[in-house]
Design a protein around this ligand. Structure first.
Ligand SMILES: [Zn+2]
Ligand SMILES: [Zn+2]
Length: 419
């Protein structure tokens, strides 16, 4: 599900409607761009319709944790993937529904900001617990879950948010303030929890960065959901990290084809730092994964890199595309830093791409039965990460990469924008 959020413009205060994944907000009223700083957990409230007899400061907010993302499991002799989208009550409060179900997507939700005067129930459930539940929910669909040993599990491209359900008490009965419907009589447990409810933390409010190029002070641009912004003036790329824009090391391989029916897809090219096995050269990679290719001196002379899609797509397409590009890396030439049109937005951060490396390697090895048990003793980190845009040409329903002929269905990209 995709959430719709009503955010006020940080510059002029006008109401703007956002999608959950949006980071760059361009205000249609004052035309100023602001970039939403990543904060770990985004906090929202469902808008209430509490009667006027209830004072605003008597509204109490109950936390529901939400997990949305892909889970990869390396288990037995297989690599499995699942998409999980779930909300679960995180306050341990009696008489409340366990999940919000479809309610958050049926209305515009609001970010938790200074103007909310009510009190908030403490989040009693740790984010880790939520992850674990999301995992066990995913395992319901898995046939081999209970019998085969689990060697590695990764959460990739996940969003964790906290959505608060507003409540109020009237004559000893707890009410849902969205529907104005009674939830149950106040028991001792609720009375205790009421005492623990606290005002909101000012640090929960969304924070924004001015979209100004740190290098030349020109305005940065990008798609609303892009994690990398570009400066058309000095041809530099920037990603937010810890509240500031940091330069991104990047290049583009411009198309040699005439006509405009192409798209540049971004990949994280990651040269890994590996402990536990030898994976320095492309030759090492071919031997380890046992690809049906004769390993030559040319393969041994090339530094091995993972090529990971820098955009969200369905998990099985993510594995497939990373594998095809990584295996075809001999054919990819060096690019330039000339800005082009039709550059697809980066929607998967490099940190998430690095977290996926173990899963990707496991998926590329032919003999999984013997390789997967080695996963717990391996570490794969990044020695060098670059963002590389590769040209893909539209061909029927597919996009075909010019240098490698690797293809991806264009519908896969559409779907990924909503993940
Ligand atoms: Zn504005
Ligand atoms: Zn600039």
């Amino acid at each position: 599900m995709d959430l719709s959020i009503e955010q006020s413009c940080p510059s002029c205060g006008a109401p703007i409607e956002l999608h959950e994944a949006d980071r760059l907000i361009t205000c249609p009223f004052c035309d100023v761009g602001n970039y939403l700083v990543s904060s770990g957990v985004s906090r929202y409230v469902l808008p209430d319709k509490a009667p006027e007899s209830v004072a605003r400061e008597d509204i109490i907010y109950a936390p529901y944790l939400r997990f949305k993302g892909a889970i990869f499991s390396c288990q037995g002799k297989t690599v499995e993937d699942r998409v999980v989208d779930t909300t679960h009550q995180g306050g341990g409060i009696p008489c409340l529904p366990v999940s919000l179900g479809l309610r958050p997507q049926a209305m515009k939700i609001l970010p938790v900001a200074g103007a909310l005067t009510g009190r908030f129930f403490q989040q009693t459930e740790k984010t880790v617990t939520l992850f674990t539940r999301a995992t066990s929910q995913a395992s319901l669909f898995s046939a081999n879950e209970s019998t085969e040993p689990l060697y590695h599990r990764a959460f990739i491209g996940e969003t964790i948010s906290c959505i608060y359900l507003p409540l109020y008490l009237q004559e000893g009965t707890l009410y849902d303030a969205v529907l104005n419907r009674p939830l149950g009589k106040r028991g001792e447990a609720i009375a205790d929890l009421m005492l623990q409810a606290m005002p909101g933390d000012p640090a929960w409010a969304p924070r924004f960065l001015a979209t100004i190029c740190p290098h030349c002070a020109e305005t940065l641009s990008g798609e609303p959901d892009s994690l990398v912004l570009s400066c058309p003036n000095c041809e530099s790329l920037w990603a937010e990290n810890e509240g500031a824009f940091q330069p991104v090391s990047w290049q583009i391989l411009t198309t040699k084809r005439a006509g405009g029916d192409h798209l540049y897809l971004p990949f994280w090219k990651i040269r890994p730092a590996v402990a536990g096995l030898s994976l320095a050269s492309f030759g090492d990679f071919l031997r380890l994964t046992n690809q049906p290719m004769v390993v030559t001196r040319k393969h041994d002379a090339l530094d091995f890199c993972f090529w990971v899609p820098a955009f969200k797509i369905r998990p099985n397409s993510f594995l497939q595309l990373a594998k095809s590009m990584t295996i075809s890396q001999m054919r990819i030439t060096t690019g330039s830093t000339d800005m082009a049109d039709m550059m697809y937005p980066v929607t998967l951060p490099s940190s998430e791409a690095v977290q996926s490396l173990k899963t990707l390697l496991a998926d590329m090895v032919m003999d999984k039965r013997h390789f997967l048990p080695r996963l717990p003793s391996l570490t794969l980190q990044s020695r060098q990460t670059d963002l590389v845009y590769l040209p893909f040409t539209y061909s029927g329903h597919d996009l075909v990469q010019e240098h490698t002929t690797v293809s991806v269905a264009s519908s896969v990209l559409q779907f990924g924008r909503k993940l």
